[in-house]
Write a protein that binds this ligand. Structure first.
Ligand code: HPA
Length: 233
């Protein structure tokens, strides 16, 4: 048992898919995994281990944002020996031509969070995906006709902001979308020699103001899950 996860060592697979929403972790485990077993209910942050195509895989909820994600990622690695982490989540596009439902493979993640400044004595660090996972995800997504975009995302600490122009400078530098977790996942993974990738679908376009219905989000989420599970095996 770790501070926030009530599992025994061995209950969690070496490859873990993480989802901000713990109920998505439950739904996907019960839908796509054989013999799903719930190993964590502490704080309602559900985690399951099951079998996908003969291999053990876990799916863990993390909650939203960098602090919550960092707690689960740290404990999965340090206490349960997890070696591969694939985030499956949503983002808001900041390029006006990106459609809802677009799959984005996050190659790198900039951030307004102070977490990396704390770790790196005020200097910048460039959190980056694992290339092997990125390249495998690209091939798998293409084989599923999902035409993924590969590029940089922005992990913010503030979902609601006061400055309506705050994404301009990032959009001008080619950043595709905004979410709230990837920069810390990539940083902790790099430090721990763990492979990590974020696979995101566009749930809203911040520039055009369009957003998806929960039904559309659900079906796109399952597409991403299939990419992630194929990498996992
Ligand atoms: N902002 C931050 N995180 C997000 C968004 C957003 O618009 N959409 C999905 N995750």
């Amino acid at each position: 048992m770790s501070v926030h996860i009530g599992a025994k060592v061995g209950d969690i697979a070496q490859t873990v898919l993480i989802s901000g929403d713990p109920l998505r972790a439950k739904h996907v485990s019960e839908t796509l995994l054989e013999k799903p077993t719930c190993y964590n209910e502490v704080r309602g942050m559900l985690g399951y281990t099951g079998i996908y195509k003969g291999k053990n895989v876990s799916i863990q909820g993390t909650g939203m944002g960098i602090p919550s994600t960092s707690i689960y990622v740290n404990e999965l690695i340090a206490e349960y020996g997890v070696k591969n982490i694939i985030r499956v989540g949503t983002c808001g596009a900041i390029q006006k031509n990106i459609e809802l439902g677009q799959v984005i493979l996050a190659m790198s993640a900039s951030s307004d969070s102070n977490t990396n400044k704390i770790h790196f004595n005020g200097m910048d660090y460039a959190p980056t995906a694992d290339f092997e996972f990125l390249s495998a995800a690209y091939k798998i997504a293409q084989s599923l006709s999902l035409s993924p975009l590969v590029g940089s995302v922005f992990s913010t600490d503030t979902f609601y902001g006061n400055d309506s122009n705050r994404w301009n400078v990032w959009a001008e530098h080619g950043v595709l979308g905004v979410e709230m977790e990837t920069s810390i996942l990539y940083t902790i993974a790099a430090r721990s020699n763990v492979k990590a990738l974020s696979i995101l679908t566009v749930s809203d376009n911040i520039i055009t103001g369009k957003f998806s219905s929960s039904k559309d989000r659900e079906s796109k989420f399952m597409d991403m899950m299939k990419i992630a599970l194929e990498i996992a095996i």
